[in-house]
Design a protein around this ligand. Structure first.
Ligand SMILES: [Zn+2]
Length: 497
């Protein structure tokens, strides 16, 4: 079936003026971008887009499906307190719970104009085909694209931070020492099975690997992921130098930065995405850029967890591909890429007084569309409204308050839009959001199911919660101590020193 979207304005890479254009879609793909009013024949369905601004579906380059059930669960957590709490907040998640959580996150993203994401879906203690496929199935059922990477570790958080276990009082130390991570050969064998038997259309949902944090994964594990990813042509995403505590661990453990260590292991490449990358020095940025790697910039999460401000503009100038991410709902607490894009532009402006060094609206928009698509390995499929790309299109209502009056369309999208101006969202030419509502979703039913699930999880995880709450003050003291050490990074921001 052919469709002509007519009468609208278009905002996409190479056309940032928001001028009028019509879009011809054939099946799930954009066939042509045409001058307004151009004739296309009679056998074409006509879609009225007058008073609409058409943008590519936004790309969320870093999130976590399991965290959607943990929205609004915490305040005052640093990254280390969040990781400490994981046995509680991520405990006892069966396949149905993984599906439910991913579905909630997918519905939110779709409702807010995001049509593709890179999901590090926690598969701890061990990755399973059942769990990973449940997450991918949730994305398939909601209708958005996703790269689903089982998130794994072969070292527990308590062992990953040098000296942390030794700093614990005896009874707690025994409990932390008793926790075990799955050996890397077991996880790698499971990942091979997951990837080789992937049952989903790879233009829609594709697999990747996520050894979560460099020092939470042994070198053989990281190298195993590297080799498996290369053998199957898939991506790898890791959290890298997110907090200052992590950055300090790098030289202590490896004698180099975390990026330097990954570089030595041969992990950096065009299929590699570093999530956060807050504490990179100039050499790290050069290594990432020269390898053709990407960074998923999560400024909202970095603010909430007090992780710091990533040097997004500097990385971009050095040639690192940038995507924008929300991170999971435990650290953002929403899945709103419009908001993440706006924060990305805004935080750059407190990193220095010279507007020439700020992250512009155009750069933020580029990162949230084409840059994110590249981070997902989908740069030839999505991220642009142009011939040959999938018809993933967001219709913004120019009569909504966010555009009244309409001045520079790009600035409205980056600085004013919060998702409330969305009228319609199309993925692969199919309308999934209409009048600002996700079609076919019974929200009261979903809320009841989610609330009942959390009530049950809170009950079964109560004793684990008690334990992590006992560990929290020790973790806090020790990691704040580590983070207070001087760490040599080239100064881009006095607040980060
Ligand atoms: Zn994350």
């Amino acid at each position: 079936m052919k469709q002509l979207i007519y009468g609208g304005r278009l905002l996409t890479a190479g056309r940032l003026d928001g001028g009028h254009a019509d879009i011809l879609i054939d099946g799930d793909t954009i066939a042509a971008v045409l001058p307004p009013g151009e004739k296309v024949g009679d056998d074409v369905k006509r879609v009225d887009a007058r008073d609409r601004l058409l943008i590519p579906g936004l790309v969320n380059s870093h999130t976590h499906a399991p965290a959607a059930l943990n929205r609004g669960i915490a305040d005052g957590w640093s990254l280390e307190l969040l990781l400490n709490a994981y046995p509680w907040t991520g405990g006892n998640r069966g396949t149905e719970v993984k599906y439910l959580s991913a579905r909630i996150g997918a519905i939110e993203m779709l409702r807010k104009g995001c049509t593709a994401c890179y999901d590090m879906a926690a598969e701890i203690p061990a990755p399973s085909a059942e769990g990973t496929y449940a997450v991918a199935r949730a994305y398939a059922d909601v209708g958005i694209r996703a790269v689903v990477a089982p998130m794994m570790a072969d070292t527990t958080f308590y062992r990953a931070i040098p000296g942390l276990i030794e700093a614990m009082p005896a009874p707690l130390r025994e409990k932390a020492e008793a926790m075990r991570a799955t050996p890397h050969d077991v996880s790698l064998a499971a990942c091979k099975d997951i990837v080789e038997n992937w049952p989903f259309d790879r233009d829609r949902q594709r697999p990747a690997l996520a050894p979560t944090i460099p020092h939470h994964c042994s070198d053989p594990f990281i190298c195993g992921c590297r080799d498996l990813a290369r053998a199957h042509g898939i991506g790898v995403q890791m959290h890298v130098s997110e907090s200052k505590t992590q950055a300090v661990v790098g030289p202590r453990k490896y004698g180099t930065t975390l990026v330097g260590h990954l570089h030595k292991l041969g992990m950096l490449g065009p299929n590699f995405t570093a999530a956060h990358a807050v504490w990179l020095d100039d050499d790290d940025m050069a290594r990432m850029a020269d390898a053709g790697a990407s960074v998923a910039h999560n400024p909202g999460s970095n603010l909430k967890l007090g992780s710091g401000l990533a040097a997004a503009r500097k990385m971009r100038d050095r040639g690192v591909n940038l995507g924008i991410g929300t991170d999971g709902c435990m650290s953002s607490d929403n899945q709103n890429v419009f908001e993440a894009m706006r924060i990305a532009a805004f935080v750059s402006r407190v990193q220095g007084p010279d507007p020439k060094a700020w992250f512009t609206a155009a750069e933020a928009f580029e990162a949230a569309t084409r840059g994110g698509a590249r981070a997902l390995g989908m740069e030839s499929l999505i991220g642009q409204i142009a011939p040959g790309f999938k018809a993933d299109i967001v219709f913004l209502d120019l009569t909504s308050i966010n555009y009244v009056p309409l001045n520079e369309p790009l600035y409205h999208v980056v600085f004013a839009e919060d998702g409330t101006g969305i009228d319609r969202v199309m993925v692969g030419g199919k309308v999934l959001v209409e009048g600002g509502k996700v079609l076919g979703v019974d929200m009261p039913k979903l809320a009841a199911e989610a609330n009942a699930t959390m009530a049950r999880l809170n009950e079964v995880n109560a004793s684990t919660r008690q334990l992590v709450e006992l560990l929290a003050p020790v973790v806090l003291d020790y990691c704040v101590g580590l983070a207070s050490e001087r760490y040599r990074v080239q100064r881009w921001c006095e607040q980060c020193s």
